[in-house]
Design a protein around this ligand. Structure first.
Ligand SMILES: [Zn+2]
Length: 108
């Protein structure tokens, strides 16, 4: 290869490298934009998911009357509220159908 040819070859390689650098910089900016968008969408998704969960749980647990709500609190702090065992402590992990019926049942 002659000296001139070597010089031309170098010029070509430099031009190619510059174009690769330009493309890489553009790709970096694009990725940065996509990461930002992704973060925003993740937050928005989380927010919407929470709203759906809140709406669903509101549907599944219709609001209790004040007296039932008090009984529910008492029951959840570990005491029977049913006639048969009123005030007696529930064992660990025990649940009582009569108590639950008083709180959530359709008979008031
Ligand atoms: Zn009970």
């Amino acid at each position: 290869m002659e000296k001139n040819q070597i010089y031309d070859k170098f010029s070509d390689v430099i031009t190619e490298l510059q174009s690769v650098i330009t493309e890489t910089t553009e790709m970096k900016q694009l990725i940065s934009t996509l990461i930002e968008e992704n973060a925003e969408l993740t937050i928005e998704n989380e927010h919407l998911r929470n709203q759906i969960m809140t709406k669903q749980s509101a549907k599944m647990q219709p609001r209790l009357s004040r007296s039932r709500e008090n009984l529910r609190k008492l029951y959840e702090s570990g005491f029977h509220i049913c006639n048969a065992s009123y005030g007696r402590r529930l064992d660990d992990g025990e649940s009582c159908l009569e108590c639950l019926d008083i709180i959530y049942g359709s008979n008031s």
